[in-house]
Each structure stands twice: as structure tokens, then as C-alpha cells.
Design a binder for this molecule. Structure first.
Ligand code: KG4
Ligand code: ZN
Length: 338
């Protein structure tokens, strides 16, 4: 089976071609740079950019895979969660392709897509395991007892982890997207320079909150002269990053312990973060938990992970109806099937 994956839930326009063994034939991702000057994603601009670039990106992914439209057996597309206008662009193109070529059509939950990035990267990986999904839009701990079954253990009650990196970077004046910039800058900084609060939300909670940390950084910066901030930029960034990462690491291992699993899989844009990777790996042995990450291209939004999740559902015999709609605030539910 040759499957085309399409992802347009936020500010990446992406298409990928996989075969049923989950072999990636091509994985093309275009990150929209139009939002940089606004310091965050502007939904209307995102949908317009998807309209302009999605067809050329699909053509490019087919060309790189060495296949034509007539070789496709199925198309998988993100139907939520995400920006509704952006989701509709991908969905409309995917439905049109499926209808015109008379091939199988499956909607994919974007979060489930992120989970599949680890299955794509590590072919031997299988449940039971706990996933930490950390991106610009989501922070979720999910227990997966078996393929296709998910139990939400905890999630952010306010900002997502990546969103807090982006907002703090904006306060520090180091630009957008903030995650990779804070990551790089922190390597030269002293993480003990400021003792920012760690929000644990109660002893037993697996939920997260990052808005208090963001406000703490804002309150810390406000009275400081600009010169002092410039001088200690790396120290402040490193102190923020240490606070954010500590909570993610603590709760991930607690989730694994409480679920009785020995494998932790981390995905989403923030899974690229070097400190998060180092801290998780350095504690893995002591905790008796194996920690896995996808390579950076599969951590951030991409269509290979969508095609992989779609291919799993198609193998289960699922097909989505062609009237499938976008669901902006989708929870862990898979797409409806016919
Ligand atoms: O998964 P993703 O591409 O899109 C969403 O589904 O949101 O994640 C993007 C997020 C952004 O907030 C970005 O700042 C963050 O991931 N990010 C990072 C790093 N690379 C990307 N955050 C921390 N450290 C990084 N190295
Ligand atoms: Zn994502």
C-alpha cells in the first residue's frame, strides 16, 4: 500500500509518502516564515499560505518518492486539533484526491500522529508505554496500553510547553520561534542564575501549568535595566529552561512509574530540546525506563507521522467518510469511520 499523508493543522505545510511497512519514501515540510514578524502564528495568514503551497508540496513529495497520483492507494490527513481554517485546507485537498482517484481516505488525530513519530523512527517499539507530547499547542502525558488505545494521564491547564518557550523568547527579545533559540542560548548560560518557580499542581497531579512560570519571568524582567538583561540573557534563558524541563522530566517518570511501564516516548517540537533530552536520558537508567525520541524532523509537525497513524487505522479496516469535518479542539478521539 502506498499512502500519501497531508498535514496542515498549524504553520507547517507538509506532505509525505509512505509504504505500508511504514517506510518513508518522502517527507516534505515547509515551515511558514510569514508569522515571524508577528511573533506568533496568525491563523488567517496560515490558511492562506497553506492554500498557496499545499499542491506544490504534494507534487514535490510525490516526485521525491518517485510515484505518481495513480500509484496511491490511500490518503491520510489531519482533521484536528488545530487551526480550523488551516485544517480545512488539508482536508479539502485530501478529500478531493480521494474522490477523484477513488482511493481510501482516513482522517488522523494530530496528537496520535505525534505518537506515531516514535513508532516510525524505532521499528521495534511497541506498547505498553507512556508518551509525553510537548509542542507549541499541546502538553500531554498519555498511557498507551496497546496499539490504538490511549488514556490521557495529564495535560496543561493553560499554556503549552512550546508556547511558554515562544512567549519567554519574545520577552527576552530573541525572536520567534523561541524554543530553538532558548535551547541554543541556554547552552552558554548559568541555570542557577534565577530560581524560577516549578509548578507541580499538587503531589499527585500529572497536569501541567506553564503560565505561572511565564509570569514569573515577566515580573523578574520588568524592573531590570535593559543593559542588565542583555548581559545576563543566556543565564535568564537557561534558568527558565531548567524550570520548565524539570517539571516535564519529573512528571514523565512519575507517569511511567504509576502506569507500570518501562518505556517513555517523547514527541512534538519541544522533544528537540537538548536539555530535555539530556535530563531524561541521564535519569532513564536510575528509573529503569527506556526513553525514546524521534529525529528532529519527525519531532516537529510533519506528514510522515500522519501517514503512519493513517496506515495503522487503514490496516484495522477503518475508512473515514468524505464528509469528515475539521475539529479544532479535538481530544484523543480518532476520526469517525464508515
Ligand atoms: O510540534 P510542533 O512543530 O508544532 C505544534 O504542533 O505545536 O512544535 C512547535 C513548538 C514551538 O513552540 C517551538 O518553539 C518548540 O516546538 N520547539 C522547541 C525546540 N524546537 C522547537 N522548544 C524547545 N526547544 C527546542 N529545541
Ligand atoms: Zn504538532
Amino acid at each position: 500500500m502506498t499512502i500519501l499523508g497531508i498535514e496542515t493543522s498549524c504553520d507547517e505545510t507538509a506532505a509525505a509518502v509512505l509504504t505500508d511497512e511504514r517506510n518513508i519514501l518522502s517527507n516534505v515540510v515547509l515551515s511558514q516564515t510569514i508569522h515571524y514578524e508577528y511573533g506568533g502564528v496568525v491563523p488567517e495568514l496560515a490558511s492562506r499560505a497553506h492554500i498557496k503551497t499545499l499542491i506544490p508540496i504534494i507534487r514535490e513529495s510525490l516526485a521525491r518518492a518517485g510515484v505518481g497520483l495513480s500509484d496511491l492507494d490511500a490518503v491520510a490527513v489531519t482533521f484536528g486539533p488545530g487551526l480550523v481554517g488551516s485544517l480545512l485546507v488539508g482536508l479539502s485537498v485530501a478529500k478531493a484526491l480521494a474522490y477523484a482517484r477513488n482511493i481510501d481516505f482516513i482522517g488522523v488525530n494530530h496528537i496520535e500522529g505525534h505518537l506515531f513519530a516514535n513508532f516510525l523512527e524505532h521499528k521495534y517499539l511497541k506498547p505498553p508505554l507512556v508518551h509525553l507530547i510537548v509542542s507549541g499547542g499541546h502538553t500531554r502525558l498519555i498511557h498507551q496500553p496497546e496499539m490504538g488505545h490511549y488514556q490521557l494521564l495529564g495535560q496543561t491547564l493553560d499554556d503549552a510547553a512550546g508556547e511558554s518557550f515562544d512567549k519567554v523568547a519574545k520577552m527576552l527579545g530573541i525572536g520567534y520561534p523561541g524554543g530553538p533559540r532558548i535551547d541554543r542560548l541556554s547552552e552558554e548560560g548559568d541555570e542557577r542564575y534565577v530560581d524560577f518557580p516549578r509548578a507541580y499542581m499538587g503531589k499527585n497531579s500529572l497536569d501541567f501549568s506553564f503560565s505561572g512560570l511565564k509570569t514569573a519571568v515577566l515580573n523578574y524582567l520588568q524592573p531590570l535595566p535593559a543593559e542588565r538583561i542583555r548581559e545576563h540573557l543566556a543565564d535568564i534563558a537557561a534558568s527558565f529552561q531548567a524550570a520548565a524541563v524539570e517539571v516535564l522530566v519529573e512528571k514523565s517518570f512519575r507517569a511511567a512509574r504509576e502506569s507500570g511501564v518501562e518505556v517513555l516516548a517523547v514527541a512534538g517540537g519541544v522533544a528537540c530540546n537538548r536539555r530535555l533530552r539530556r535530563e531524561l536520558l541521564s535519569r532513564a537508567g536510575r528509573e529503569g525506563v527506556a526513553v525514546h525520541f524521534p529525529s528532529p524532523l519527525l519531532c516537529t509537525d510533519n506528514a510522515a507521522m500522519i501517514a503512519a497513524a493513517g496506515s495503522f487505522h487503514l490496516e484495522q479496516g477503518d475508512r473515514s467518510p468524505l464528509d469528515l469535518n475539521a475539529v479544532a479542539n479535538l481530544d484523543m478521539r480518532p476520526a469517525p469511520v464508515v
